[in-house]
Design a protein around this ligand. Structure first.
Ligand SMILES: *Cc1c(COP(=O)(O)O)cnc(C)c1O
Length: 157
C-alpha cells in the first residue's frame, strides 16, 4: 500500500500505524511518502511502515538547488531488494548534490520550526478572514488535528 502521511495538496492526515496494519493483514507492505512531514516530525518506520520515501528536493535540502530523493527501509531483506533495483537503474546522486542535502539537513530543525510558526500564524489569520471559505492546515484544531497531534513532536503556538 502506497500513501502519503500528509497528502499533497489538501494536507489530509493519514494514520501510518493503521494503514500499515491493514497492509500487513493482507500480506502486503506499506510504502509511505513522508515528504511533507519530514523525519524531524515523524519517522514512519517506527510506526510500522516498511518503506519510507522522501523528496529531498524540498524541505530536506531546503535551498532549491538540488533534485534528490531517498528511500529508507526496515530490515536487511528489503534493503537488499531496494539496493539491487537502485544498482540496476543507476539512480545515484553526485557528491555535490549529496553535500547540498547534507548541508540542508543541518538547518532542517530550525527551518521547520519557523515554517510551522509561520504556517500556523497565516492559517489562523485566514481562518478568521470573512472572504476565506476553508483552510487546509492540520495544525489547526479540527477533524485532522487530533491525528496530527498524535505524531507531532513540536508544540503549536
Ligand atoms: C514533490 C513531491 C514529490 C517529488 O519530489 P521531487 O524531488 O520534486 O521529484 C514526491 N512526493 C511528494 C509528496 C511531493 O510533494
Amino acid at each position: 500500500m502506497y500513501f502519503e502521511v500528509l497528502t499533497n495538496s489538501l494536507l489530509q492526515v493519514n494514520n501510518v500505524t493503521k494503514i500499515a496494519e491493514i497492509a500487513h493483514r493482507y500480506g502486503a507492505i506499506s510504502i509511505v511518502d513522508n515528504t511533507f512531514v519530514i523525519p524531524y516530525l515523524q519517522q514512519p518506520l517506527d510506526q510500522g511502515a516498511d518503506i519510507v520515501i522522501h523528496s529531498a528536493t524540498k524541505y530536506l535540502a531546503g535551498h532549491s538547488e538540488v533534485n534528490a530523493g531517498l528511500v529508507v527501509v526496515k530490515g536487511d531483506e528489503l534493503g537488499k531488494r531496494v539496493y539491487f533495483a537502485q544498482n540496476r537503474l543507476g539512480g545515484v546522486l553526485a557528491p555535490n548534490e549529496c553535500d547540498s542535502v547534507r548541508r540542508g539537513i543541518q538547518t532542517l530543525a530550525l527551518r521547520m520550526d519557523r515554517q510551522q510558526e509561520n504556517a500556523c500564524a497565516i492559517s489562523s489569520y485566514l481562518l478568521l478572514h470573512p472572504l476565506v471559505k476553508s483552510v487546509h492546515y492540520p495544525g489547526l484544531p479540527g477533524h485532522e488535528y487530533e491525528i496530527w497531534a498524535l505524531f507531532r513532536k513540536l508544540r503549536m503556538r
